[in-house]
Design a protein around this ligand. Structure first.
Ligand SMILES: Cc1cc2nc3c(=O)[nH]c(=O)nc-3n(C[C@H](O)[C@H](O)[C@H](O)COP(=O)(O)O)c2cc1C
Length: 399
């Protein structure tokens, strides 16, 4: 997972939204990050450092000259240890100080001294935010490579509606993951992921579908996004929430998925096909609902189009194979037949694995015939393993 073992400085400033930083600290800590909270003196007026101390399980810095703090001896030690510095919420005041290079508190010192990427999540009254000086200060920070997240529009503490709300915790954490992901071999790459289960209409109300939940494909899209890739998720119907921060094209049938892939792949670096695409569809789609008769019903089915044959150009191709027997042999045959670089095979009859499950036990096979049988992992962990291999293949293609 992108956040585990990462050191994150979370700067909290004197905004009414400071209480929301407690949730950010909590989620980062739960995801395995070391969260070093640095609070301005004004932030302490809003939320007690005790809250952050308890949530992060780590010392909280509030004073520059606190000799009891393990960090204050060297005022840049926090900056040096950080993988990322996130200031959330960031007041107009702190934004102005950072734009001017003022370092009169521990947070500003840390931001000035760090080489780590810096995220700023502004939170303030709409008029403060729209003020020309604040806008100019944010532009200066952007020009220096700071990532500005939000603010959002909505209810403000003044009781008015407007722009200035701290961005949602999930958006801030997504951005942190993306920023940490740069350097993972996929930054700036264009990755197309297919997901979900296609539905082939029989008549206006019925279709032939499958049990795909979309979880595996969505986990791949999220993990690729977090590694800094630009991701297009082409999704057939799924029961999972679509990930934020990726482009989404929704399709229904295998034919629509084929067309979407054909449009999306020129210029893409990798195509990962985790969708469960129907092999067969009704030969005729009836315009009228089929009436029940005593005679029973025979449906004539025809093959759906082969999506891979619609893919142009040199692009890393990863397929999935859901098998119920002879896993490795069947997957190897599919890898050869479809000209894939990598195939991820899963035994859909294994417990806690395959359609609908949160976990998956897969075997990854490459063109050289290397067979890597992974243990039961979460779908996100499987996604990370697959993306490690995609990054290797892309690095190999560049050499
Ligand atoms: C109740 C209250 C709420 C405030 N909320 C905000 C806010 O959301 N955003 C902001 O930029 N300033 C806000 N301020 C003003 C800051 O607290 C003030 O500018 C302070 O100097 C910021 O200090 P700091 O940037 O060092 O944390 C608020 C002030 C008060 C009294």
């Amino acid at each position: 997972m992108m956040l585990s073992n990462k050191t994150i400085v979370l700067g909290v400033t004197g905004s009414i939204a400071a209480y929301k930083a407690a949730e950010i600290a909590s989620q980062l800590t739960q995801a395995g990050a070391r969260v070093n909270v640095v609070m301005t003196r004004e932030a302490v007026e809003f939320v007690s450092p005790v809250t952050f101390r308890a949530i992060s399980g780590r010392p909280v810095v509030t004073e520059m000259f606190d000799l009891a703090s393990e960090y204050s001896i060297e005022h840049v030690s926090l900056a040096a240890a950080a993988d990322i510095v996130a200031v959330a919420p960031a007041t107009a005041n702190v934004i102005a100080k950072l734009a001017a290079g003022i370092a009169d508190d521990m947070l500003c010192c840390t931001v000035l001294a760090t080489r780590a990427p810096v995220l700023i999540a502004p939170a303030m009254e709409a008029r403060m935010y729209m003020n020309q000086v604040t806008q100019e200060n944010l532009e200066k920070l952007k020009a220096r490579g700071f990532v500005i997240v939000g603010p959002g529009a909505g209810w403000l503490a003044s009781g008015k509606e407007g722009l200035g709300r701290l961005a949602d915790t999930s958006d801030i954490i997504d951005s942190i993951c993306q920023m940490l992901g740069k350097g993972s071999g996929l930054a700036g790459k264009r990755i197309v992921v297919t997901a979900g289960g296609t539905q082939e209409p029989v008549d206006p109300v019925r279709y032939i579908g499958n049990r795909s939940s979309g979880k595996m494909g969505y986990a791949l899209a999220e993990a690729a996004r977090d590694r800094g890739a630009s991701v297009l998720l082409i999704t057939a119907p799924a029961t999972t929430t679509e990930p934020a921060g990726v482009d989404v094209t929704r399709v229904g049938t295998a034919q629509e998925m084929c067309e979407a892939v054909e449009n999306a792949t020129p210029g893409a670096d990798a195509l990962i096909m985790a969708a469960a695409v129907a092999d067969y569809r009704p030969a005729r789609k009836l315009e009228e609902k089929i009436k029940k008769t005593e005679a029973g019903l025979t449906l004539e089915l025809e093959c759906t189009p082969d999506i891979l044959s619609a893919v142009r150009g040199s692009i890393v191709r990863v397929g999935f194979a859901a098998e119920s027997s002879n896993l490795v042999e069947n997957a190897k045959e599919k890898l050869q037949r479809k000209g894939l670089d990598l195939i991820v095979a899963n035994d859909v009859t294994a417990p806690d694995s395959g359609f609908g499950a949160d976990t998956n036990r897969v075997t990854v096979i490459d063109r050289e015939g290397r067979v890597d049988s992974l243990p039961l992992l979460s779908k996100r962990q499987v996604a990370e393993k697959v993306l490690d291999r995609v990054a290797e293949l892309l690095a190999g293609a560049e050499r």
